[in-house]
Design a protein around this ligand. Structure first.
Ligand code: MRU
Length: 340
């Protein structure tokens, strides 16, 4: 694949450092409005992560790193800033990974300038990892393929290009992927609102499906791969990702559709043994009881709103990272690639 074709379909950068503050594309407002807002300190970054104004595992790690850099510029108490950012969301390990990386630099005596350079390195390395994964993942896909993705794993969720959506960008650019389907990803609609916005904007033809249409789509033979991202991958290869991923993996197994997880090494958590040990974020039931700010469910009704689930390693065909591809993931292969 040439440089130009690799980099086509790639125009969005949603997390931007502006020298003394962080500018974010507000993901709560897309696709109705492309509206940017500024964070001036670690507390504002924490709030933006908690409210999903910035979301997606790598993107929240990058934003948090910039939050630490701003705290250092303002001579704020660093331990408090690190703790506040860390508590913003529990499941995506990229957040903790980025903060641990900043903490190590603080412990080594880094000043505000060096911490800003570290945050920039985290952002730049994520973009480079995404391009590498795009190449590795697309190479697994045979010509004339159809793919189904879930949630949003693109430029909005990362430094740019994306993880699973990066593989789709690369696979489309290489002419291997002919059909792209995106699940709407209830209740927050990351697929409908964000993935479709990215795909339309970057000129990649795609069709939205209701989440509940996935098994029916697989039965039709239109998709050969399900391609998703991850929020945390345990030492045995179990994958925490957006709620609904697990049921896609079960349906894929039943229909003989292959299942690819695409995530940078910052998503790997070798300190967590299995998916059972991963904390699953529970969000406000109001996200399920309302749509676009309007109550859609009868007053008095209750809801349960876990926003991630765990797909067991045995349902996964391949985990694609920037360090390489793990086929049929399990503890031994994970240890060989990511062990200490
Ligand atoms: O709740 P979100 O929107 O932050 O969840 C995002 C996901 O689950 C993505 O699939 C995952 O972070 C991978 S993004 C490259």
């Amino acid at each position: 694949m040439t440089e130009t074709s690799m980099h086509s379909h790639d125009s969005i950068r949603a997390v931007q450092w502006r020298g003394d503050h962080l500018r974010l594309l507000d993901q709560r407002r897309l696709p109705q409005e492309e509206c940017w807002f500024d964070c001036h300190d670690a507390a504002e970054v924490t709030q933006a992560i908690r409210d999903l104004a910035v979301r997606g595992a790598p993107a929240i790690g990058i934003a948090a790193a910039w939050g630490v850099a701003m705290a250092a510029r303002q001579n704020a108490p660093m331990d408090a800033a690190l703790a506040m950012l860390r508590a913003a969301r529990p499941t995506a390990v990229n957040l903790m990974w980025a903060l641990d990386r900043m903490k190590k630099r603080i412990a080594a005596g880094a000043d505000a300038g060096a911490l800003a350079a570290e945050a920039q390195a985290i952002q730049d390395q994520d973009l480079a990892a995404n391009r590498k994964m795009g190449e590795l993942g697309a190479a697994l896909i045979a010509a004339h393929a159809g793919v189904l993705t879930h949630c949003n794993t693109g430029s909005l969720a990362t430094a740019g290009y994306g993880t699973a959506l990066g593989v789709i960008r690369a696979g489309v650019a290489a002419g291997r992927i002919e059909r792209v389907y995106a699940g709407e990803t209830r209740p927050w609609q990351q697929g409908a609102r964000l993935t479709m916005w990215e795909l339309v904007r970057d000129g990649i033809p795609a069709q939205l499906i209701a989440d509940s249409a996935a098994a029916h789509l697989m039965k039709s033979g239109a998709v050969q791969w399900v391609i998703v991202g991850a929020d945390r991958i345990a030492a045995n290869g179990d994958v925490a990702n957006k709620i609904g991923t697990y049921q896609l993996a079960i349906a894929a197994k039943y229909h003989g559709v292959r299942f690819m997880v695409v995530a940078p090494s910052s998503t790997i958590d070798m300190a967590t043994g299995t998916g059972e040990d991963i904390e699953i974020e529970l969000r406000d039931p109001a996200e399920l009881l309302h749509a676009a700010g309007q109550r859609t469910v009868v007053e008095g009704a209750h809801a349960w709103n876990p926003v991630f689930d765990v797909t067991p390693a045995e349902l996964i065909t391949a985990i694609v990272t920037e360090r390489g591809v793990i086929e049929r993931p399990g503890s031994i292969a994970m240890q060989a690639m990511f062990g200490w």
